[in-house]
Design a protein around this ligand. Structure first.
Ligand code: CA
Length: 253
């Protein structure tokens, strides 16, 4: 059960939120002023998440936030701010709040933001615990066992395909030129045509992208390749530059 600390001085809001959150299965502890909130945040427990009102007696929410981050605590924090308090939101985000909702907020929206932050956190924890696992979207690459899966199905890669995929994943969202790929994957002493990259990208696509609904490997014409998670807006662009083009995989120049 995720433990949530709610620091909120308005009793009615605190009571309603606590009930709603408990209904969703969270364990909720409330504090009604900045000082005891800060103390609870830093000393009382391991919190999965903190909901922090900005207008609080004794210590303001922003001061509480500042001191929590000063203490190097990385717990996700959502600020509860007044509708017209734009400067509060800005300085809150600058000081390390992960998100905010403005009052009066719909509980359903707050719940969605809580779930999203907790999900991000658990993914981060996972990769911290398993540094030998690379994950992109539904693709997993185990650097120890060299096992690769997508949507849970195993994918057989040759050693060069594996190294190429690993290189692209490690440079996710960066466009990589053929020359960069050659020197990192094949080695600086590689002698030959950089077209070998296009050939291997084609092999990789056959195995990693083609059988699945979304494409990870994108061609950047005239430059090289890019591995990124496809969003619905990037899908269209990829359709015109991707597998459907018969020239794809040859040197774009
Ligand atoms: Ca308040």
């Amino acid at each position: 059960m995720s433990r949530i600390l709610l620091i909120e001085d308005e009793e009615r809001i605190a009571r309603v939120l606590q009930l709603e959150l408990e209904h969703e299965g969270y364990e909720v502890h409330t504090r009604a002023d900045g000082r005891s909130g800060l103390n609870a945040a830093l000393n009382e427990s391991e919190w999965e998440l903190i909901l922090l009102d900005v207008m609080l007696p004794e210590l303001s929410g922003l001061e509480v936030l500042r001191r929590i981050r000063q203490a190097n605590a990385t717990v996700p924090i959502i600020l509860l701010t007044a509708r017209d308090a734009v400067p509060d939101r800005v300085s809150g985000l600058d000081q390390g709040a992960n998100d905010y909702v403005t009052k009066p907020f719909a509980t359903i929206e707050l719940l969605a933001r809580i779930r999203s932050l907790l999900r991000q956190r658990s993914l981060q924890d996972q990769s911290a615990e398993q540094p030998h696992l690379l994950k992109v979207d539904d693709l997993t690459m185990d650097l120890k066992s060299r096992a690769v899966t997508r949507e849970g199905s195993p994918i057989e890669l040759t050693p060069t395909e594996f190294d190429l995929l690993r290189f692209l994943i490690q440079h996710q969202d960066e466009v990589m030129s053929r020359e960069q790929i050659i020197s990192e994957v094949w080695g600086y002493d590689f002698v030959g045509d950089t077209n070998v990259v296009d050939v291997y990208i084609r092999y990789l696509r056959q195995k990693v992208d083609k059988p699945f609904s979304s494409k990870l490997i994108q061609t950047i014409r005239g430059i090289g390749y890019l591995l990124k998670v496809e969003t619905s807006s990037s899908k269209e662009a990829d359709d015109s530059a991707g597998e459907s083009n018969p020239k794809d995989g040859q040197t774009p120049s």
